[in-house]
Write a protein that binds this ligand. Structure first.
Ligand code: ROI
Length: 161
C-alpha cells in the first residue's frame, strides 16, 4: 500500500464538475482508497489564450503499480471526453501522478515526482492541504521548502468543491 497524490486540472466543459466526477472515479478505482481531496483552486493558464483552470489534489492509498494507475487515470480522462489535439492544449480533465510513495520514477510515460511540481502553485498549495506538514519527497526535497519558494500568486481558493 502506498500513499499517492494526484494533481487534477480542467479548463473546459464546467471544470469544477469535471473535478467532482474525477474524484468519484478515483474513489471507484480497484485496490485503492480515496483518503483526501483538497479545495478547488482557480488560476489563469500558464499558456496564454486558454480558459482559466480549476485544479485540486487528491490523496490515494493504492496497491496498484505506477503504470497500472497511470493507465487507469488515462481511462478516466478519456471517459470524461479528453481529446489530445495538441500538447499543452485546453482539456476537460488532466490527472497527473504527482507523488507515488517513496518512489523516484523516470520512464518515458511517467516522471515522479512530477517535473514541474516546484514551480506550480496550483499543485503545491492543494497538495499541502492533503499531505502531512513535514512531507519529504523521495528526492529529499521538503514540501514546506517548495511552498516557501513558490508564492501564492494568482490562485483563487474556491469556498466549496
Ligand atoms: N495552468 C493552470 N493554471 N493549471 C493547469 O492545470 C495547467 N495545465 C497545463 C498548462 C497549459 C501548462 N497550464 C496550466 O497543462
Amino acid at each position: 500500500m502506498e500513499r499517492i497524490y494526484i494533481g487534477m486540472g480542467s479548463n473546459l466543459a464546467a471544470p469544477a464538475e469535471q473535478l467532482r466526477s474525477a474524484v468519484e472515479a478515483l474513489a471507484r478505482l480497484p485496490q485503492t482508497a480515496l483518503v483526501g481531496v483538497s479545495a478547488f483552486y482557480q488560476s489563469d493558464s500558464l499558456l496564454p489564450g486558454q480558459p482559466r483552470y480549476t485544479n485540486a489534489v487528491a490523496a490515494l492509498d493504492s496497491e496498484l503499480a505506477p503504470l497500472e494507475l497511470l493507465d487507469a487515470l488515462q481511462a478516466i480522462e478519456n471517459q470524461q471526453g479528453r481529446e489530445r489535439l495538441e500538447r499543452w492544449g485546453p482539456r476537460t480533465l488532466d490527472l497527473d501522478i504527482v507523488l507515488f510513495g517513496d518512489r523516484l520514477i523516470d520512464e518515458p510515460r511517467l516522471n515522479v515526482p512530477h517535473y514541474h511540481l516546484q514551480e506550480r502553485a496550483f499543485v503545491l498549495y492543494p497538495l499541502a492541504e492533503v499531505a502531512p506538514a513535514d512531507l519529504r519527497l523521495a528526492d529529499g526535497r521538503v514540501l514546506k521548502d517548495l511552498l516557501a519558494a513558490c508564492p501564492f500568486v494568482g490562485l483563487e481558493r474556491l469556498p466549496q468543491n
